[in-house]
Design a protein around this ligand. Sequence first.
Ligand code: WTA
Length: 652
Amino acid sequence: MFESKKYAPSEEFVRNSNLTKDQYEEMYKKSISDPEGFWGEQAERLTWFKKWDKVLEHDFANAKVEWFKGGKLNVAYNCLDRHLQTPAKNKAAIIWVGDKPGETRTYTYQQLHREVSLHANVLKRFGIKRGDRVLIYLPMIPELAIFALACTRIGAVHSVVFGGFSPESLQSRIDDAKPSLIVTSDAGFRGGRIIDMKKNIDEALQRSEHKVQHVIVAERVGNETYTVWNEGRDHHLRDILNSPDLSDECPPEEMDAEDPLFILYTSGSTGKPKGVLHTTGGYLLGANMTFNYVFDHKPDDTFWCTADIGWVTGHSYILYGPLSNGATSLMFEGVPSYPDAGRFWQICDKFGVTVFYTAPTAIRALMREGVKWVEKHRLNTLRLLGSVGEPINPEAWEWYYHNVGKGRCPVVDTWWQTETGSIMISPLPGAIDAKPGSATKPFFGIEPVIVDNDGKELEGAASGNLCIKQPWPSMMRGVYGDPERFFNTYFVQFKGYYFTGDGANRDEDGYYWITGRVDDVLNVSGHRLGSAEVESALVEHQSVAEAAVVGYPHDIKGQGIYAYVTVKNGVHTNDELKKELLELVAEKIGKIARPDVIHWAPGLPKTRSGKIMRRILRKIAEGEFSNLGDISTLADPSVVATLVEDKQKYHS
Ligand code: WTA
């Protein structure tokens, strides 16, 4: 049932590791038997203005959790100020690498501290204060990191929206988060192409109900790619920075550990994306501590996480984890394939990257380009590799381990979610042997359980639904603006547990193997999308009567999007219509959501009460026709035969 091959870290790695096997076992035991004692000690990793009243207060089954309540701290202070009294003052905090080869900028901790303070004062100038929301829609330029940190400095709540999202996706986030201010840029560069930013914001704001008073526009591209300049609303960042009375001193706001830190939208199985809310103390501790142990942090590391800060991985492992540890974090604006498939490795060599963290989809895409792109580079500074975002297939794991890591670097396959805030299941590289394809063992304080469909906890080797049994500091605290949705999404299906939405196997060694989502969430190239979102985009087309969207295995993306579309009576299906539908989805959500397959379906398999049987649609999309299960309960079983036939004829 499970890949049994095991990879142990080298003796040298173990010798220098931040944690031994015995220490892991001992600390893990304590973290589960005495969470308050354990986390109370660990919280000393952060700098507090005032100590908390109580480590943990919770009614987990009812989704109520508070960590370090009454404790006062500031995230920017922990990420910047406190390093200025140490030798890290003049160390690189962020090494920024542009899309275009050769373009780089480096900020030392001292410089970043100054920039963040300046930009915090920019925000203050527009009346932004603690508790206000600031929406950040920027490409991967230093201003993105700077403004996020600036928000935390003054206690404003940031909501970063990934640059690839369309105006309509932006608009729904604006209406939900109701930001007082938006930060964007004229445009951005990605893979040599120009991407619209300001233009998308203009379109989004035209449609949104919520009126945003101020839009700050950073300059990246220089050409005026947008056409609208709204006097009074829009402000050039450079003009504000040039004003002589802008101070570079900004005292950090003293925040309560449970004050909101950021909102990040993510897709669920139903409805619109929800605003996952994280708070200050617990989140920072989770990001800080996982960074130290999972990535075995050493002061002279150059750490590179290739994610975009628009996703949670970028929040926790480009910004808050590395910076709160005083690490050097590399931030890359571009893509792995530009100008050629050697870009990642060229950057690793140029900056002496020691720890590299990427997604399986990128590994598979580079694998396809051939090992010659890797072999052109030395990669001798690398000592540890990481993977995140989706299950990594053993073949990609092995390729990564042998070709990129030269068999010398442990691979940490890290399982976690936007909701969990930080890594939950992962090898600690010096303490836990890896098995390709397994995220291995839980991090401190995490008690994963596997439950069957009736919610019964399974013991020993088992397969089922992955749940978490106890609160952990960096867990989300709510869905922004919709407290019931938090409880209903995560705590209802399996009573007493947090339900992850993932399926998992646990083997005889207690290793976890995540099998992927068991709900209607798609994971396309490590990006989360809801089937319902794609469906509602498709049915907005006048020719479409109905649509059902499922995931199917895709060689590079992990999962591809398979859309069954039923057109209205009298509509002729052709390539033109297909193109229109793909365009429509790109426009409504973003290019990442464009279906890979449009399957014209004369009818969809439904129960007699009208519910679409996605289980059957998934099997057909996978080409698993022999195993369709019971179809006798369908309102019209004959639609299945037609779908199977068309699938074989047109989509195999
Ligand atoms: C999936 C990304 C297997 C999983 C940090 C989860 C993984 C969803 C892994 C969360 C992994 C993430 N192995 N599956 N190492 N990491 N996933 O919120 O299905 O963008 O529920 O957070 O990605 O995606 P999200």
